[in-house]
Design a protein around this ligand. Structure first.
Ligand code: NAD
Length: 235
């Protein structure tokens, strides 16, 4: 894969694997949240309606945990690329942690929402939020009691899809990092990119489910292979 002059518009999709070496469990890792909770119990609107305290407690724990973690060299390399790349670039993350922005990335979309925000479903305002939601605190704007984690649950529409597809439509390079390719619509982005003529590259610990759709796969820990790739691109 080569050099900067060859590409103008880059779209990068990241998943839980890029944060694994920062100590945040991926979906399917041993000890990950799948181990202790079924997705149906914590990550669906039905679960929240059925047992809001269980869901709030679960996200309160995750929200507290990510604040203890630090970006790793893969987040830092993408932030370096974002700063240096003078043409179009968009990082689309499925992650709800804030490690990309803490590393310094600016051109970033959180398609599955953010742990560090609370969404008032009464007045529809999203608030920066670092503490727990379990106590059913009032919305700082409308005073209502309908705050929930600003995280996209299974069965809900991911955020900013129009912007993401517009960027994919112009991309000549699509790179997928640390994602299993199991969760749609993100898992389908590579297909879109290929159909629109972009070069596609995956950087992952192991081959993802859509691996055959990529022109190139590089396997290894994100903290090693992402900085290597960024160095090559900027060389
Ligand atoms: P996933 O757990 O399904 O897959 C993670 C992928 O990362 C796997 O293919 C795995 O092989 C790879 N991986 C693991 N360690 C790696 C490493 N050190 N370097 C490179 N790759 C590594 O995660 P997903 O594909 O992102 O999709 C599942 C959903 O999980 C997303 O919707 C996301 O919102 C959610 N999630 C987010 C976080 C987070 O915010 N950090 C954590 C867990 C789950």
């Amino acid at each position: 894969m080569a050099a900067m002059g060859q590409y103008r518009n880059i779209v990068i999709l990241t998943g839980a694997g890029i944060s694994a070496e920062s100590g945040i469990d991926t979906f399917r890792s041993a000890g990950g949240w799948w181990e202790n909770h079924r997705v149906e119990d914590v990550a669906t609107p039905e679960a929240f309606a059925r047992d809001p305290r269980l869901v709030q407690r679960f996200y309160d724990m995750r929200r507290a945990a990510i604040q203890e973690k630090l970006p790793n060299p893969a987040h830092e390399a993408l932030a370096r690329l974002d700063a240096a790349w003078t043409s179009k670039l968009l990082i689309v993350t499925q992650n709800v942690d804030d490690l990309h922005e803490r590393a310094g990335a600016r051109r970033l979309i959180h398609m599955h929402g953010e742990h560090l925000k609370a969404w008032c479903t009464l007045c529809d305002i999203r608030h920066p939020w670092r503490g727990p939601l379990l106590d059913n605190l009032p919305c700082p704007v409308c005073g209502g009691h309908a705050l929930r984690p600003d995280v996209v649950w299974f069965g809900e529409m991911p955020y900013r899809m129009g912007e993401i597809y517009a960027a994919l439509g112009k991309a000549d390079l699509f790179v997928s990092i640390g994602t299993s390719g199991a969760v749609y619509p993100a898992a389908g982005f590579v297909q879109n990119a290929v159909e629109l003529g972009a070069r596609t590259l995956e950087l992952n610990l192991e081959r993802s489910q859509g691996s055959r759709l990529f022109h190139e796969s590089r396997l290894g820990p994100a903290s090693v292979i992402v900085p290597q790739w960024v160095d090559e691109l900027l060389a």
